[in-house]
Design a protein around this ligand. Structure first.
Ligand code: HSE
Length: 435
Protein backbone atom coordinates (compact mmCIF):
# COMPACT_ATOMS: atom_id res chain seq x y z
CA UNK A 1 0.00 0.00 0.00
CA UNK A 2 1.58 3.21 -1.11
CA UNK A 3 1.75 6.31 1.04
CA UNK A 4 -0.25 8.13 -1.63
CA UNK A 5 -3.27 5.81 -1.40
CA UNK A 6 -6.49 7.72 -0.94
CA UNK A 7 -7.56 8.26 2.66
CA UNK A 8 -11.27 7.87 3.35
CA UNK A 9 -13.10 9.33 6.30
CA UNK A 10 -15.42 6.87 8.02
CA UNK A 11 -18.14 7.86 10.47
CA UNK A 12 -19.34 5.18 12.88
CA UNK A 13 -22.82 5.78 14.24
CA UNK A 14 -23.08 3.85 17.50
CA UNK A 15 -20.20 2.59 19.63
CA UNK A 16 -21.98 -0.38 21.23
CA UNK A 17 -21.05 -4.06 21.00
CA UNK A 18 -20.63 -4.08 17.22
CA UNK A 19 -19.54 -0.47 16.66
CA UNK A 20 -16.68 -0.76 19.15
CA UNK A 21 -15.42 -3.94 17.45
CA UNK A 22 -15.56 -2.25 14.04
CA UNK A 23 -13.50 0.64 15.40
CA UNK A 24 -11.03 -1.77 17.04
CA UNK A 25 -10.48 -3.82 13.86
CA UNK A 26 -10.28 -0.72 11.65
CA UNK A 27 -7.42 0.42 13.89
CA UNK A 28 -5.65 -2.89 14.45
CA UNK A 29 -5.83 -4.13 10.86
CA UNK A 30 -5.53 -0.79 9.06
CA UNK A 31 -2.69 -1.91 6.80
CA UNK A 32 -4.33 -5.15 5.68
CA UNK A 33 -7.68 -3.49 5.10
CA UNK A 34 -5.96 -0.76 3.08
CA UNK A 35 -4.17 -3.36 0.98
CA UNK A 36 -7.44 -5.14 0.24
CA UNK A 37 -9.53 -2.07 -0.56
CA UNK A 38 -6.81 0.12 -2.08
CA UNK A 39 -7.68 2.97 0.28
CA UNK A 40 -6.90 3.86 3.86
CA UNK A 41 -9.96 4.03 6.10
CA UNK A 42 -9.68 6.45 8.98
CA UNK A 43 -12.33 6.70 11.68
CA UNK A 44 -13.14 10.40 11.53
CA UNK A 45 -16.12 10.55 13.89
CA UNK A 46 -18.11 8.34 16.24
CA UNK A 47 -21.70 9.29 17.03
CA UNK A 48 -22.72 8.32 20.57
CA UNK A 49 -25.60 9.08 22.91
CA UNK A 50 -23.35 9.80 25.91
CA UNK A 51 -19.78 11.03 25.64
CA UNK A 52 -18.81 9.50 29.00
CA UNK A 53 -20.45 6.05 28.66
CA UNK A 54 -18.16 3.06 29.41
CA UNK A 55 -17.01 1.32 26.18
CA UNK A 56 -15.53 -2.05 25.19
CA UNK A 57 -12.58 -0.40 23.41
CA UNK A 58 -10.65 2.79 23.89
CA UNK A 59 -11.80 5.47 21.46
CA UNK A 60 -9.98 8.77 21.01
CA UNK A 61 -12.33 11.20 22.85
CA UNK A 62 -11.74 13.78 20.09
CA UNK A 63 -13.68 11.52 17.67
CA UNK A 64 -16.77 11.24 19.87
CA UNK A 65 -19.74 13.47 19.23
CA UNK A 66 -23.43 13.55 20.05
CA UNK A 67 -24.16 15.77 17.03
CA UNK A 68 -25.31 13.75 13.98
CA UNK A 69 -24.46 16.54 11.52
CA UNK A 70 -20.91 16.77 12.86
CA UNK A 71 -20.56 12.99 12.71
CA UNK A 72 -21.98 12.48 9.21
CA UNK A 73 -21.53 15.52 7.01
CA UNK A 74 -18.69 15.43 4.51
CA UNK A 75 -17.53 11.87 5.32
CA UNK A 76 -16.82 9.24 2.66
CA UNK A 77 -18.56 6.29 4.32
CA UNK A 78 -21.05 6.10 7.19
CA UNK A 79 -21.42 2.92 9.23
CA UNK A 80 -24.85 2.84 10.88
CA UNK A 81 -24.98 0.59 13.93
CA UNK A 82 -27.52 2.25 16.17
CA UNK A 83 -30.43 0.00 15.13
CA UNK A 84 -34.18 0.65 15.14
CA UNK A 85 -36.07 2.86 12.69
CA UNK A 86 -35.59 6.39 14.02
CA UNK A 87 -33.28 8.22 14.19
CA UNK A 88 -31.35 5.65 12.10
CA UNK A 89 -33.50 6.34 9.02
CA UNK A 90 -32.90 10.10 9.22
CA UNK A 91 -29.15 9.61 9.64
CA UNK A 92 -28.88 7.13 6.77
CA UNK A 93 -30.90 9.45 4.51
CA UNK A 94 -28.69 12.37 5.53
CA UNK A 95 -25.63 10.42 4.43
CA UNK A 96 -27.08 9.00 1.20
CA UNK A 97 -28.49 12.38 0.15
CA UNK A 98 -24.94 13.74 0.31
CA UNK A 99 -23.68 10.84 -1.82
CA UNK A 100 -21.98 9.24 1.18
CA UNK A 101 -21.90 5.43 1.04
CA UNK A 102 -23.60 3.63 3.90
CA UNK A 103 -22.87 0.31 5.56
CA UNK A 104 -25.61 -0.78 7.95
CA UNK A 105 -26.52 -3.75 10.09
CA UNK A 106 -30.06 -2.52 10.59
CA UNK A 107 -32.55 -5.19 9.46
CA UNK A 108 -35.58 -3.43 10.92
CA UNK A 109 -34.77 -0.27 8.95
CA UNK A 110 -34.21 -2.14 5.67
CA UNK A 111 -37.30 -4.32 6.06
CA UNK A 112 -39.45 -1.25 6.71
CA UNK A 113 -37.83 1.42 4.48
CA UNK A 114 -35.49 -0.47 2.14
CA UNK A 115 -36.95 0.85 -1.15
CA UNK A 116 -36.64 4.49 -0.08
CA UNK A 117 -33.01 3.98 0.96
CA UNK A 118 -32.00 1.98 -2.15
CA UNK A 119 -33.50 4.73 -4.30
CA UNK A 120 -31.65 7.44 -2.39
CA UNK A 121 -28.39 5.50 -2.76
CA UNK A 122 -28.85 5.02 -6.51
CA UNK A 123 -29.96 8.63 -7.08
CA UNK A 124 -26.86 9.98 -5.33
CA UNK A 125 -24.28 7.50 -6.62
CA UNK A 126 -23.70 6.03 -3.15
CA UNK A 127 -23.39 2.41 -2.05
CA UNK A 128 -25.79 0.84 0.43
CA UNK A 129 -24.34 -2.32 1.95
CA UNK A 130 -26.00 -4.46 4.64
CA UNK A 131 -24.29 -7.85 5.05
CA UNK A 132 -24.50 -7.52 8.85
CA UNK A 133 -28.29 -7.11 8.77
CA UNK A 134 -28.93 -10.84 8.30
CA UNK A 135 -27.23 -13.67 10.19
CA UNK A 136 -24.26 -11.69 11.56
CA UNK A 137 -20.98 -13.02 10.21
CA UNK A 138 -22.66 -15.44 7.79
CA UNK A 139 -22.23 -14.07 4.23
CA UNK A 140 -25.75 -14.87 3.12
CA UNK A 141 -26.56 -11.43 1.71
CA UNK A 142 -23.46 -11.54 -0.50
CA UNK A 143 -24.26 -15.15 -1.34
CA UNK A 144 -27.75 -14.33 -2.61
CA UNK A 145 -26.99 -10.94 -4.13
CA UNK A 146 -23.77 -11.85 -5.92
CA UNK A 147 -22.71 -15.51 -5.76
CA UNK A 148 -26.17 -16.70 -6.76
CA UNK A 149 -27.04 -13.85 -9.15
CA UNK A 150 -26.95 -16.35 -12.00
CA UNK A 151 -29.35 -18.84 -10.48
CA UNK A 152 -33.09 -19.08 -10.00
CA UNK A 153 -33.85 -19.45 -6.30
CA UNK A 154 -36.83 -21.57 -5.29
CA UNK A 155 -36.63 -21.47 -1.50
CA UNK A 156 -34.72 -19.90 1.36
CA UNK A 157 -35.19 -21.54 4.75
CA UNK A 158 -33.22 -20.66 7.81
CA UNK A 159 -32.67 -20.12 11.48
CA UNK A 160 -31.93 -16.40 11.52
CA UNK A 161 -32.54 -15.48 15.15
CA UNK A 162 -29.93 -16.58 17.66
CA UNK A 163 -31.91 -15.61 20.75
CA UNK A 164 -34.85 -17.89 19.98
CA UNK A 165 -32.54 -20.66 18.82
CA UNK A 166 -30.70 -20.44 22.15
CA UNK A 167 -34.02 -20.61 24.07
CA UNK A 168 -35.39 -23.54 22.06
CA UNK A 169 -32.08 -25.36 22.30
CA UNK A 170 -32.01 -24.87 26.08
CA UNK A 171 -35.60 -26.15 26.36
CA UNK A 172 -34.68 -29.18 24.26
CA UNK A 173 -31.50 -30.09 26.10
CA UNK A 174 -32.59 -29.37 29.69
CA UNK A 175 -36.35 -29.90 29.67
CA UNK A 176 -36.79 -26.30 30.85
CA UNK A 177 -40.02 -24.39 30.29
CA UNK A 178 -40.06 -21.45 27.88
CA UNK A 179 -40.02 -19.00 30.80
CA UNK A 180 -37.04 -20.73 32.48
CA UNK A 181 -35.07 -20.87 29.24
CA UNK A 182 -35.79 -17.19 28.50
CA UNK A 183 -34.60 -16.24 31.98
CA UNK A 184 -31.39 -18.21 31.46
CA UNK A 185 -30.86 -16.54 28.05
CA UNK A 186 -31.31 -13.12 29.66
CA UNK A 187 -28.86 -13.96 32.49
CA UNK A 188 -26.23 -15.06 29.96
CA UNK A 189 -26.76 -11.97 27.80
CA UNK A 190 -28.27 -13.84 24.84
CA UNK A 191 -31.70 -12.22 25.25
CA UNK A 192 -32.60 -8.57 25.78
CA UNK A 193 -34.39 -7.38 28.91
CA UNK A 194 -37.34 -6.76 26.56
CA UNK A 195 -37.16 -9.86 24.33
CA UNK A 196 -40.32 -9.08 22.31
CA UNK A 197 -38.67 -8.48 18.91
CA UNK A 198 -36.86 -11.82 19.12
CA UNK A 199 -39.37 -14.14 20.80
CA UNK A 200 -42.39 -12.85 18.85
CA UNK A 201 -40.50 -13.45 15.59
CA UNK A 202 -40.28 -9.82 14.40
CA UNK A 203 -36.47 -9.80 14.13
CA UNK A 204 -36.59 -13.01 12.07
CA UNK A 205 -39.41 -11.56 9.95
CA UNK A 206 -37.32 -8.50 9.06
CA UNK A 207 -34.45 -10.78 8.01
CA UNK A 208 -36.87 -13.02 6.10
CA UNK A 209 -38.13 -9.97 4.16
CA UNK A 210 -34.56 -8.98 3.23
CA UNK A 211 -33.68 -12.52 2.12
CA UNK A 212 -36.91 -12.86 0.13
CA UNK A 213 -36.30 -9.53 -1.65
CA UNK A 214 -32.81 -10.67 -2.67
CA UNK A 215 -33.80 -14.21 -3.60
CA UNK A 216 -36.82 -13.31 -5.72
CA UNK A 217 -35.86 -9.88 -7.11
CA UNK A 218 -39.04 -8.44 -5.65
CA UNK A 219 -39.76 -5.90 -2.94
CA UNK A 220 -40.76 -7.79 0.17
CA UNK A 221 -41.39 -5.79 3.35
CA UNK A 222 -41.82 -6.99 6.90
CA UNK A 223 -45.58 -6.52 6.51
CA UNK A 224 -45.54 -9.22 3.81
CA UNK A 225 -44.19 -11.86 6.19
CA UNK A 226 -46.63 -13.99 8.24
CA UNK A 227 -45.20 -14.15 11.76
CA UNK A 228 -45.60 -16.43 14.76
CA UNK A 229 -43.13 -16.45 17.64
CA UNK A 230 -42.06 -19.11 20.12
CA UNK A 231 -43.87 -17.98 23.28
CA UNK A 232 -46.47 -20.76 23.17
CA UNK A 233 -43.97 -23.62 22.82
CA UNK A 234 -44.12 -25.81 25.92
CA UNK A 235 -41.72 -28.25 27.56
CA UNK A 236 -44.28 -30.90 26.65
CA UNK A 237 -44.07 -29.95 22.93
CA UNK A 238 -40.30 -30.35 23.18
CA UNK A 239 -40.58 -33.74 24.88
CA UNK A 240 -43.02 -34.93 22.19
CA UNK A 241 -40.66 -33.73 19.47
CA UNK A 242 -37.74 -35.59 21.06
CA UNK A 243 -39.81 -38.78 21.30
CA UNK A 244 -40.29 -38.70 17.53
CA UNK A 245 -36.65 -37.83 16.72
CA UNK A 246 -37.43 -34.21 15.87
CA UNK A 247 -36.59 -30.75 17.20
CA UNK A 248 -38.51 -27.48 17.22
CA UNK A 249 -36.84 -24.52 15.51
CA UNK A 250 -38.01 -21.01 14.66
CA UNK A 251 -37.80 -21.01 10.87
CA UNK A 252 -37.84 -18.17 8.37
CA UNK A 253 -39.11 -19.49 5.05
CA UNK A 254 -39.40 -17.60 1.78
CA UNK A 255 -40.44 -19.57 -1.26
CA UNK A 256 -41.58 -19.35 -4.83
CA UNK A 257 -45.10 -20.76 -5.16
CA UNK A 258 -47.38 -21.38 -8.11
CA UNK A 259 -51.11 -21.27 -7.29
CA UNK A 260 -53.71 -23.71 -8.62
CA UNK A 261 -54.65 -20.96 -11.10
CA UNK A 262 -51.04 -20.77 -12.33
CA UNK A 263 -50.03 -17.49 -10.67
CA UNK A 264 -46.39 -17.48 -9.61
CA UNK A 265 -45.68 -15.56 -6.42
CA UNK A 266 -43.84 -15.52 -3.10
CA UNK A 267 -44.84 -16.77 0.31
CA UNK A 268 -42.82 -15.54 3.27
CA UNK A 269 -43.38 -16.80 6.79
CA UNK A 270 -41.73 -17.12 10.19
CA UNK A 271 -42.97 -19.68 12.67
CA UNK A 272 -41.76 -22.50 14.90
CA UNK A 273 -41.77 -25.90 13.24
CA UNK A 274 -40.76 -29.49 13.83
CA UNK A 275 -37.85 -30.68 11.74
CA UNK A 276 -36.30 -34.13 11.58
CA UNK A 277 -32.91 -35.01 13.05
CA UNK A 278 -31.66 -35.72 9.52
CA UNK A 279 -32.24 -32.08 8.51
CA UNK A 280 -28.97 -30.08 8.82
CA UNK A 281 -30.92 -27.19 10.43
CA UNK A 282 -31.75 -29.49 13.37
CA UNK A 283 -28.09 -29.47 14.48
CA UNK A 284 -27.83 -25.66 14.67
CA UNK A 285 -27.39 -25.14 18.39
CA UNK A 286 -27.13 -22.23 20.83
CA UNK A 287 -27.20 -18.78 19.30
CA UNK A 288 -25.91 -19.91 15.90
CA UNK A 289 -27.68 -19.17 12.61
CA UNK A 290 -27.98 -21.20 9.40
CA UNK A 291 -29.67 -20.63 6.08
CA UNK A 292 -30.40 -23.25 3.41
CA UNK A 293 -30.87 -21.88 -0.09
CA UNK A 294 -32.26 -23.93 -2.96
CA UNK A 295 -31.22 -22.83 -6.43
CA UNK A 296 -32.57 -24.51 -9.54
CA UNK A 297 -29.06 -24.97 -10.93
CA UNK A 298 -26.96 -24.99 -7.75
CA UNK A 299 -29.18 -27.30 -5.74
CA UNK A 300 -29.08 -26.80 -1.98
CA UNK A 301 -26.46 -24.55 -0.35
CA UNK A 302 -25.99 -24.22 3.40
CA UNK A 303 -24.67 -21.10 5.14
CA UNK A 304 -23.83 -21.49 8.82
CA UNK A 305 -22.13 -19.44 11.53
CA UNK A 306 -22.40 -16.85 14.28
CA UNK A 307 -25.49 -14.73 13.78
CA UNK A 308 -24.78 -12.09 16.39
CA UNK A 309 -22.11 -10.73 18.72
CA UNK A 310 -19.60 -7.89 18.43
CA UNK A 311 -16.70 -9.38 16.49
CA UNK A 312 -18.71 -11.72 14.20
CA UNK A 313 -21.06 -8.91 13.17
CA UNK A 314 -18.11 -6.54 12.79
CA UNK A 315 -16.61 -9.04 10.33
CA UNK A 316 -19.64 -8.56 8.05
CA UNK A 317 -19.50 -4.76 8.45
CA UNK A 318 -15.80 -4.70 7.56
CA UNK A 319 -16.29 -6.76 4.42
CA UNK A 320 -18.86 -4.19 3.28
CA UNK A 321 -16.48 -1.38 4.24
CA UNK A 322 -13.69 -2.86 2.10
CA UNK A 323 -16.03 -3.00 -0.92
CA UNK A 324 -17.46 0.49 -0.35
CA UNK A 325 -13.98 1.95 0.16
CA UNK A 326 -12.75 0.41 -3.08
CA UNK A 327 -15.64 1.94 -5.02
CA UNK A 328 -15.14 5.27 -3.32
CA UNK A 329 -11.48 5.38 -4.28
CA UNK A 330 -11.54 3.82 -7.75
CA UNK A 331 -15.15 4.08 -9.00
CA UNK A 332 -17.86 1.48 -9.45
CA UNK A 333 -20.75 0.81 -7.15
CA UNK A 334 -22.48 -1.90 -5.16
CA UNK A 335 -25.18 -3.95 -6.90
CA UNK A 336 -28.37 -1.88 -6.94
CA UNK A 337 -31.69 -3.14 -5.62
CA UNK A 338 -32.96 -5.76 -8.05
CA UNK A 339 -36.77 -5.77 -8.25
CA UNK A 340 -37.38 -6.56 -11.90
CA UNK A 341 -39.40 -9.72 -11.15
CA UNK A 342 -42.04 -7.97 -8.99
CA UNK A 343 -43.71 -11.25 -8.09
CA UNK A 344 -46.95 -10.93 -6.12
CA UNK A 345 -46.89 -11.72 -2.43
CA UNK A 346 -49.29 -14.62 -1.92
CA UNK A 347 -51.51 -15.45 1.03
CA UNK A 348 -49.59 -17.52 3.62
CA UNK A 349 -52.64 -19.82 3.68
CA UNK A 350 -51.53 -21.12 0.27
CA UNK A 351 -48.25 -22.47 1.65
CA UNK A 352 -47.90 -26.23 1.70
CA UNK A 353 -46.88 -27.74 5.01
CA UNK A 354 -47.69 -30.61 7.33
CA UNK A 355 -49.38 -30.38 10.72
CA UNK A 356 -48.57 -32.28 13.89
CA UNK A 357 -51.59 -31.97 16.21
CA UNK A 358 -52.22 -33.21 19.70
CA UNK A 359 -55.82 -33.28 20.82
CA UNK A 360 -57.51 -34.43 23.99
CA UNK A 361 -60.71 -36.28 23.24
CA UNK A 362 -63.59 -38.11 24.93
CA UNK A 363 -62.99 -41.84 25.18
CA UNK A 364 -66.05 -43.15 23.39
CA UNK A 365 -67.20 -44.93 20.25
CA UNK A 366 -66.73 -43.06 16.97
CA UNK A 367 -64.27 -40.39 18.14
CA UNK A 368 -61.52 -41.38 15.73
CA UNK A 369 -64.03 -41.53 12.88
CA UNK A 370 -65.20 -38.01 13.78
CA UNK A 371 -61.64 -36.65 13.78
CA UNK A 372 -60.83 -38.40 10.50
CA UNK A 373 -64.08 -37.02 9.06
CA UNK A 374 -62.99 -33.43 9.79
CA UNK A 375 -59.69 -34.05 7.94
CA UNK A 376 -61.56 -35.59 5.00
CA UNK A 377 -63.92 -32.58 4.85
CA UNK A 378 -60.96 -30.35 3.89
CA UNK A 379 -59.15 -32.91 1.75
CA UNK A 380 -56.41 -33.28 4.37
CA UNK A 381 -54.71 -36.65 4.23
CA UNK A 382 -53.56 -38.26 7.50
CA UNK A 383 -50.04 -39.66 7.57
CA UNK A 384 -50.11 -41.18 11.04
CA UNK A 385 -52.39 -41.30 14.03
CA UNK A 386 -51.71 -42.46 17.55
CA UNK A 387 -54.22 -42.71 20.36
CA UNK A 388 -53.19 -43.06 23.99
CA UNK A 389 -55.39 -43.56 27.05
CA UNK A 390 -53.90 -42.38 30.31
CA UNK A 391 -55.84 -44.17 33.06
CA UNK A 392 -54.37 -41.98 35.83
CA UNK A 393 -55.95 -38.85 34.32
CA UNK A 394 -58.80 -40.65 32.53
CA UNK A 395 -57.63 -38.73 29.52
CA UNK A 396 -57.29 -39.80 25.89
CA UNK A 397 -54.83 -38.02 23.63
CA UNK A 398 -54.69 -38.35 19.85
CA UNK A 399 -51.49 -37.37 18.05
CA UNK A 400 -52.21 -36.84 14.40
CA UNK A 401 -49.68 -36.02 11.69
CA UNK A 402 -50.92 -35.00 8.26
CA UNK A 403 -49.43 -35.33 4.82
CA UNK A 404 -48.55 -32.10 3.08
CA UNK A 405 -51.58 -29.89 2.59
CA UNK A 406 -52.58 -26.29 2.11
CA UNK A 407 -52.04 -24.25 5.28
CA UNK A 408 -55.56 -22.78 5.05
CA UNK A 409 -57.10 -26.29 4.90
CA UNK A 410 -54.99 -27.50 7.80
CA UNK A 411 -56.02 -24.46 9.83
CA UNK A 412 -59.66 -25.12 8.99
CA UNK A 413 -59.26 -28.68 10.29
CA UNK A 414 -57.93 -27.36 13.62
CA UNK A 415 -60.75 -24.82 13.91
CA UNK A 416 -63.40 -27.46 13.22
CA UNK A 417 -61.79 -29.90 15.65
CA UNK A 418 -62.08 -27.26 18.36
CA UNK A 419 -65.86 -27.28 17.81
CA UNK A 420 -66.28 -31.09 17.84
CA UNK A 421 -68.27 -32.51 20.77
CA UNK A 422 -65.73 -35.31 21.09
CA UNK A 423 -62.75 -32.94 21.34
CA UNK A 424 -62.00 -31.58 24.81
CA UNK A 425 -59.10 -29.42 23.66
CA UNK A 426 -56.53 -29.00 20.92
CA UNK A 427 -53.38 -29.23 23.06
CA UNK A 428 -50.93 -28.12 20.42
CA UNK A 429 -50.49 -27.61 16.70
CA UNK A 430 -47.06 -27.50 15.11
CA UNK A 431 -46.05 -27.41 11.50
CA UNK A 432 -43.61 -30.01 10.23
CA UNK A 433 -41.07 -28.63 7.74
CA UNK A 434 -37.98 -29.55 5.87
CA UNK A 435 -38.86 -32.73 4.07
N1 HSE B 1 -31.42 -10.34 18.15
C1 HSE B 1 -30.75 -10.93 17.06
C2 HSE B 1 -30.66 -12.44 17.28
C3 HSE B 1 -29.35 -10.35 16.93
O1 HSE B 1 -31.01 -12.93 18.34
O2 HSE B 1 -30.29 -13.15 16.35
C4 HSE B 1 -28.87 -10.24 15.55
O3 HSE B 1 -29.76 -9.66 14.67
Amino acid sequence: MSETSPVLDVAVLGAGTVGSQVIRILGEQAEELAARSGARMRVASVLVRRLDAPRDVTIDPALLTTDPAQAIDGRDIVVELIGGIEPARTYVRRALDQGISVVTGNKALLAAHGPELYEAAAANGADLYYEAAVAGAVPVVYGLRESLAGDRITQVMGIVNGTTNFILDAMNSTGASYEQALEQAQKLGFAEADPTADVEGFDAAAKCAILASLAFHTRVGIEDVAVEGITSITADDMAQARETGQVIKLLAIAERHVTAEGTEGIIARVHPALIGADNPLSTVSGAFNAVAIDGEAAGRLMFYGQGAGGAPTASAVLSDLVAAAHHRAYGGHAPRESVYAQLPILEPGLAHTRYHMRIEVEDRVGVLAEVAGVCARYGVSIQSVNQRYDSADACTTITLVTHSGKESDLRAVVNDLKCCDAVRQVISTLRVEGE
